[in-house]
Structures are given as C-alpha cells and as structure tokens.
Design a protein around this ligand. Structure first.
Ligand SMILES: [Cu+2]
Length: 164
C-alpha cells in the first residue's frame, strides 16, 4: 500500500516486487515514462481506468513478458510490472519528465546486502566522510554513480530523512 512520505522502501535480497502504477489523476493529465534504475522489470499487464485487483491479475502475461527498464504509464490508465530485487544498493524509480520528479513522481528502493562477493556492494571509499549520515551515505555512494549524477539533491533529501 502506498503512502505519502519520504521513506525508502526496503527490500529483501532476491525478493519479487510487483507494482501497480496507476495514472488516473484528475489534475495534470498526462502520461509518465517511469524508469527504474538498477533492474529490468517485466511488464505483466496494462489497461485504462482503475486497476482491478480481483479481475486484472487474470490478464497478466506470465509467458515471456517484455523486459524493460522504462515504461510509459498512460494518462487515464495503469501498468503492472514485476522485478526481482537481486541488485543490492539504493535504486531510484522516477518519471523521466524532469519537471515531474519534484512533484513526487519518484521513489527509492533499498535492496539489502548479502554476504557473498557477487551479492554485496563493494567496500566504501577510504576517504568517505564519516560525519555524514554514515549508513545511508555509504549505501548511496556505493550503489550508483548514475543516481548520484542525476538525482543527488533529491536522493539525499529523500534518504537522509528516511528511517530504514
Ligand atoms: Cu511524469
């Protein structure tokens, strides 16, 4: 269930994540090209109107659904995507229309670290400042230079106020 907040959604490593992206706002009616960093997701279904959690899952394409990292959520409609959280770190999902990001069309997932070299983030940089929110800053720095380059201000604002 979604809520208005600055919390980061924490995910167990390798968990399966399914999202319904609903775009039926009555103000600012337009489509949103939603992009997920760090993963490809599978597009299971899409439609117009409100997503029906009883009947629409019956229409899911579970046989070789298309894999993408960006999908346009149509004005007046919805999309269902699913991905496996197999990439540790903090990952942003956001609308690619930049003006929509400060409106709130962005969020972050924090995927937990695992103990093996192929399932954990590399160690922190030796000169990482220790006085700045140690755990969160460490995760940000180690997870994605792309996120840092594109969304530093927003991510920092979001993550530093989060409790994960
Ligand atoms: Cu948008």
């Amino acid at each position: 269930m979604t809520s208005k907040s600055t919390k980061v959604k924490k995910l167990k490593f390798n968990s399966t994540v399914e999202m319904v992206l609903q775009n039926t706002a009555s103000l600012g009616v337009e489509s949103h090209p939603m992009h997920l960093h760090g993963f490809d997701f599978h597009v299971l279904a899409q439609g117009f109107g409100n997503y029906d959690p009883i009947n629409d899952p019956k229409k899911f394409n579970l046989v070789n659904p298309q894999a993408r990292n960006t999908i346009v959520v149509p004005a007046g409609g919805w999309i269902v995507v699913r991905f496996q959280a197999n990439n540790p770190g903090v990952w942003l999902m956001n609308c690619h229309m930049d003006i929509h990001v400060p409106w709130g069309l962005s969020m972050a997932f924090a995927v937990e670290n695992m103990p093996t070299p192929s399932t954990m983030l590399p160690p922190p940089l030796g000169d990482l400042p220790k006085s700045l929110a140690p755990n969160l800053l460490e995760m940000i720095v180690r997870s994605s230079t792309l996120v840092l380059a594109c969304f530093t201000h927003m991510v920092m604002k979001s993550l530093l106020s989060a409790r994960i």
